[in-house]
Design a binder for this molecule. Structure first.
Ligand SMILES: *Cc1c(COP(=O)(O)O)cnc(C)c1O
Length: 515
């Protein structure tokens, strides 16, 4: 059967005689061939595009790309997948930011492994929804095995459980929801008169480091606690939570009649890749009787790496966030929240008569919706399943280790380069640094030239880097997640940055001398 490239086969498929044309677009037993053809053509187009990518971005501007959309009328379909793909080439594929390119060094986006992509193709075609057994069957068991596997890698113990989520943000939200409701339950147990939730909630506090992900604060707001409920614990020079400061803050809360409902430790901060001292924090939480949530959205790749010891103490957490779509080389989305005690997941349970009646739980029918804050839910677990079944966990760990090794080398490069200043020595795979202008430059000029360098680099499309601030000043950031990024790539990008920043600096200095 020829699928591609023959001119006579490029015609749009004829609608089936027995059914209106619109039905030709439904995936079913009759249209299996159309499905095969449309998807194969699409894959072919993407594969061709990938083979032509020579830079991570094109630097297309918003106005430029916006004009490509003006002729598109969403109420006038093209009736033909190949025309739609041609259009897509212009509005999306041509100028997309390609994370697999070795000079894409910006955010926590990884190149993805092919077995996972195969999983993505299968799961979207079968389109199982993992809320109930009667919508997923084997899918539910696959997800459960992966949760078990992950919990065992973490070391959470025999009562562990969890569920796949849409991402670290949702995982953190769910973990804090469980922690909140556990804290409320504890208050009720200890109070002679049963207090109302509205009396407890304003007293709840979440403690996390100043380098924690913003989704912790957002979760507190969503959970009815307000942003102010999150107390920020200072970090040491290595950007790790200071445990004595945490202990002091917990004491202060208790002294003021507040209820610390959770400590969030980060295993791989988004900016610095720093890992909070998990064991020490677990000691403090144990003594204080506070829920410990470990946000390993980024650092979870260590679970399969030869650096597993960097996560020592994570096995003592009450809940853990892992983002497979960050350090397991999985396509977006693939994430999970794990808990030490499966009983705590009851706070996410709601029995709906039409979907998961209480009787189904009694009959031991496994309905994943009982554990999730989502209802209809993608079978994202399949991607990790095929990854483990095809490549194995060690192979994933090797990829992540290569990235961490490369980052350590890149740090040495930066540290020895007088043009730059680098903030911390990395534990994982980020580097926060800045270009240093000449001694006479003001801190504001330093900020501006670094911002300028980042933007110019993006505009050129030659490389993509991120930015952040440290103590109110602008810095640049590399996030390395591509084992194909060489030290040469890194030194080339540093040269480009120095060139863009140096030009901006010269321009500013000469302008200030003139005026
Ligand atoms: C990325 C990240 C998150 C958020 O995860 P998403 O998958 O983007 O929702 C949470 N915590 C940390 C530490 C992260 O790096």
């Amino acid at each position: 059967m020829t699928l591609l490239g023959h001119p006579d086969e490029d015609r749009p498929p004829e609608p089936d005689d027995a059914s209106p044309a619109s039905r030709a677009n439904l995936l079913n037993h009759r249209n299996a061939e159309r499905y095969r053809r449309a998807v194969t053509d699409g894959v072919e187009q993407v594969a061709q595009r990938l083979s032509q990518v020579t830079q991570p971005a094109t630097g297309v501007s918003v106005p430029e790309l916006t004009t490509e959309f003006t002729e598109i009328d969403l109420d006038r379909p093209l009736h033909d997948p190949s025309s739609a793909l041609d259009e897509l080439e212009r509005v999306y594929l041509r100028d997309a930011v390609y994370f697999h390119h070795p000079r894409y060094l910006a955010h926590l986006n990884c190149p993805i492994v092919i077995p996972a992509l195969l999983g993505e193709a299968v799961l979207s075609a079968v389109n199982s929804s993992l809320d109930t057994w009667d919508q997923s069957v084997g899918g539910t068991l696959i997800e459960r095995r992966l949760i078990e596997w992950t919990a065992r890698r973490i070391g959470l113990g025999p009562a562990a459980d969890g569920v796949f989520t849409s991402g670290g943000t949702q995982s953190n939200l769910q973990a804090l929801l469980l922690a909140r409701d556990e804290a409320c339950a504890a208050v009720r147990r200890e109070s002679p008169s049963v207090p109302r939730s509205c009396d407890i909630l304003p007293r709840l506090r979440v403690l996390t480091s100043e380098c924690a992900h913003f989704s912790v604060a957002k979760s507190a707001a969503l959970l009815g606690l307000g942003y102010e409920a999150v107390l920020s614990v200072p970090c040491d020079e290595e950007k790790r939570m200071r445990t004595p400061a945490l202990a002091a803050e917990l004491d202060r809360c208790r002294g003021e009649g507040l209820i610390p409902m959770a400590v969030v430790a980060t295993a791989g901060t988004t900016d610095f890749g720093s890992i909070d001292p998990l064991d020490e924090i677990a000691d403090v939480c144990e003594r204080a009787g506070v829920w410990l949530h470990a946000d390993a959205a980024y650092g979870c790749g260590l679970l399969v790496s030869r650096r597993r010891r960097l996560l020592a103490g994570i096995e003592r957490a009450d809940s853990v966030t892992v983002d497979f779509h960050k350090s397991f080389f999985q396509p977006v989305s693939s994430s999970a929240v794990l808990v030490r005690d499966r009983e705590t997941l009851r706070h996410a349970t709601y029995h709906a008569d039409y979907l998961n009646p209480a009787s189904s739980a009694e009959n031991l029918i496994p309905n994943q919706v009982d554990k999730s804050i989502q209802t209809t839910r993608r079978f994202d677990a399949l991607k990790l399943w095929l990854t483990l079944r095809v490549m194995g966990a060690d192979a994933v760990g090797e990829l992540f280790d290569a990235v961490v090794d490369r980052t350590a080398e890149a740090w040495s490069l930066l540290d020895a380069d007088p043009r730059f200043e680098v903030v911390t020595r990395p534990q994982l795979s980020t580097l926060v640094f800045r270009y240093l202008p000449s001694a006479e430059a003001s801190p504001e000029l330093c900020d501006r030239v670094n911002l300028h360098a980042r933007q110019s680099l993006f505009d050129s499309g030659a490389a993509v880097v991120a930015g952040t601030t440290v103590a109110g000043r602008n810095y640049l950031k590399f996030t390395l997640l591509n084992p194909e990024t060489s030290l040469r790539d890194i030194s080339d990008v540093l040269d480009m940055i120095a060139e863009h920043a140096g030009m901006a600096e010269l321009e500013e200095l000469s302008r200030s001398r003139v005026s």
